[in-house]
Design a binder for this molecule. Structure first.
Ligand code: NDP
Length: 334
């Protein structure tokens, strides 16, 4: 079977030397009574993976050279240890990595039992880390209130598209920022944001001033120049939710902010967060978001690539804007 390992740490962008595909004979068995063999069905591709390739201190240790690339996914249990709590056929979520099969300890897996109004795959999207990031980032860190103005960068991606919709559910005016006219049309026509602006337009800043005025919450997935400009458009007591800074992930050093003094004059707050800290509340959030899906208030879109071997070429799409919605790899033929 095929797996993909880190071959060399990238300097700047991921390239064709970063990862190496390996073909391994299949001889997997549960390693202990409380472990199982999983056939990997789906893998999530995330901007954070770029950070895991750097040999630096972060919220998770770096992936080592020669190690299978870390990734979360969904799979089917195909063999169980004598004392495992799982049974053959169970659908499970876990950090399998870029591989077609994995031996996993029970305690590292979550059994997925999707209610009828959602799909298992939603547990890699709206009901998984992307959706949880949107939910807790906007509600707990951003504390969005009805009638406030919310601006979302990276708005047509996995996290951003959910933030926009929760913003509308909570009664905010939502202005979305994305990188193409097509994405902007999707955000306005399908997801119902009040206005979507293409940051690649020459008059982006004028459009921002015109349609946003001043903002109460800026949910930032992008960092860099867009964040810096947003800081010049703060209402008093604005909240800046630092979710991600994808425009800086390939840069050797993050670029500094020019406009942060506005935080002082506007008595505003800038706060980072990591979604894992909310793990104990995921089930409650998934339940509420599941109901929004059922009621048609929350739409989701997947961008699917086929086969484990396509993962190394697909990951860079996150940095060129090739995806709309949640980028996933379909690994098995289920
Ligand atoms: P997305 O699905 O949003 O994909 C990334 C998108 O970012 C691309 O589609 C692209 O869209 C946009 N983008 C890429 N490069 C740039 C650039 N230089 N300038 C502006 N936009 C750019 O990814 P996710 O939804 O999975 O992640 C979104 C953000 O959330 C990331 O920063 C990620 O690191 C962060 N995150 C944070 C978590 C936390 O716990 N704090 C947890 C999960 C994610 P476009 O066409 O619009 O340019």
């Amino acid at each position: 079977f095929t797996r993909v390992v880190l071959a060399q740490r990238p300097v700047g962008h991921i390239d064709d030397k970063t990862f190496r595909k390996e073909t391994i004979p299949y001889d997997l068995k549960p390693s202990t009574p409380d472990s199982v063999v999983v056939q990997v069905d789906w893998l999530s591709l995330d901007p954070a993976m770029r950070g895991w390739l750097n040999d630096t201190r972060s919220y998770l240790p770096p992936v080592q050279i020669g190690e299978i690339m870390r990734a979360e996914g969904l799979g089917t249990v195909i063999e169980v240890g004598s004392g495992s709590k799982f049974k053959v056929g169970d659908v499970v979520k876990g950090t399998f990595g870029w591989t077609e099969y994995a031996v996993m300890k029970d305690k590292t897996l979550t059994k997925i039992e999707a209610p009828t109004h959602v799909e298992s795959l939603d547990f890699l999207g709206v009901l998984g880390a992307s959706g949880m990031t949107a939910y807790f980032g906007l509600l707990d860190v951003g504390k969005i209130q009805p009638g406030e103005t919310l601006v979302v960068s990276g708005a047509a991606g996995a996290v951003g598209s959910v933030v926009c919709q929760i913003g509308k559910i909570k009664g905010a005016k939502v202005v979305a920022i994305a990188g193409s006219a097509e994405k902007c049309r999707w955000l306005e026509n399908d997801l119902g944001v009040d206005k979507a602006i293409n940051y690649k337009d020459a008059d982006f800043k004028e459009q921002f001033k015109k349609h946003v005025g001043y903002l109460d919450v800026f949910f930032d997935n992008v960092g860099g120049e867009i964040l810096d400009f947003a800081l010049t458009r703060l209402n008093q007591k604005a909240r800046i939710v630092l979710c991600g800074a994808i425009s800086d992930y390939n840069a050797p050093k993050p670029r500094g902010l020019q406009s942060y003094l506005n935080l002082i004059s506007q008595r505003a707050r800038i706060e980072g967060f990591i979604v894992f800290d909310y793990a104990s509340q995921y089930a409650t959030a998934a339940d509420e978001m599941g109901h929004w899906i059922k009621d048609g208030k929350l739409k989701r879109k997947f961008h699917t690539v086929e086969g484990i071997a396509s993962a190394p070429e697909a990951l860079p799409m996150l940095f060129t804007g090739g995806n709309t919605g949640k980028l996933v790899v379909k690994v098995s033929q289920i």
